[in-house]
Design a protein around this ligand. Structure first.
Ligand SMILES: [Zn+2]
Ligand SMILES: [Zn+2]
Length: 260
């Protein structure tokens, strides 16, 4: 077991780890998936501390980073890795910065409500989110073959234009990024988000067969697939009541909520 001052490492199975940042109010999870010849790291966290310190302890395999979407809390340590992938609709933000978000707002969000000691290298006054060119772009339907497991990419826009979910078809793990998690509202209330796209993406995810566990990028680690049935009910309710639009507020369901 790994003990670390900032990151919490939890083993999901012999080849899968969650690397979590419970010391920050966002409770972000990144995921390391070991294959036969390479490993996939789904997101790289907040960038308050260096996630590479953890992945170095967990595997010697070359690591490729897959980005669920380009928001500050998911690309923090991208600069530590040589190969990074992003959906083409979020590529622009990775290269030039996240549209509509000021650096002042980013620094405010990254530095509030921290409950663990942060490393001396972290300075909220000078914090800069990663910017850089990806190695390549991802598209809907792409398959990533790891030898012992196959990952399928689903383009699931709404929370961001290029948001993706990753389905580990071999193990039935559905990594939902910021499209679906519990405890705090999933959001699509920024100008750069789309409530209509978010609901369509949720409906699409809920139709995937053989999901055994849902892993969102925030809050509780690992959710029962029963939440996908609740998603179907929620989407139907929101559409029937004409609530899928900006300004309708927080809508709470059994196990999750959305904010438009
Ligand atoms: Zn996000
Ligand atoms: Zn997030």
């Amino acid at each position: 077991m790994i003990f670390d001052t900032w990151f919490t490492v939890q083993q999901i199975d012999n080849y899968t780890y969650a690397i979590s940042e419970y010391g920050h109010w966002e409770k972000v999870h990144s995921f390391l998936l070991l294959g036969n010849h390479k490993a996939i790291l789904i997101d790289t966290g907040l960038g308050i501390d260096n996630i590479r310190r953890i992945t170095n302890q967990l595997t010697n395999l070359p690591i490729e980073v897959i980005t669920t979407h380009v928001h500050t809390d998911h690309i923090g340590s991208h600069g530590e890795f040589e190969k990074i992938y992003v959906h083409e609709a979020d590529k622009e933000w990775l290269v030039h910065g996240i549209k509509g978000l000021t650096i002042e707002q980013i620094r405010k969000d990254i530095s509030r409500d921290i409950t663990k000691p942060t490393p001396v290298t972290f300075n909220p006054a000078t914090y800069q989110p990663f910017q850089g060119e990806p190695t390549d772009v991802l598209n809907d339907g792409d398959l990533i073959e790891l030898g012992n497991r196959t990952l399928k990419i689903y383009h699931t826009p709404g929370h961001s234009p290029g948001h993706i979910c990753i389905f580990d078809e071999t193990n039935g793990y559905l990594f939902t990024g910021d499209l679906l998690y519990d405890e705090t509202p999933v959001y699509a209330f920024y100008p750069s988000t789309s409530p209509v796209d978010l609901i369509a993406s949720l409906e699409r995810m809920a139709m995937i067969p053989n999901v055994k566990k849902v892993f969102g990028s925030h809050n509780t680690l690992g959710l029962s697939p029963a939440i996908l049935e609740e998603v179907k009910i929620a989407a139907k309710y929101l559409k029937e009541n004409d609530l899928v639009k900006f300004g309708t507020g927080v809508h709470t369901f059994n196990g999750f909520s959305v904010q438009f």
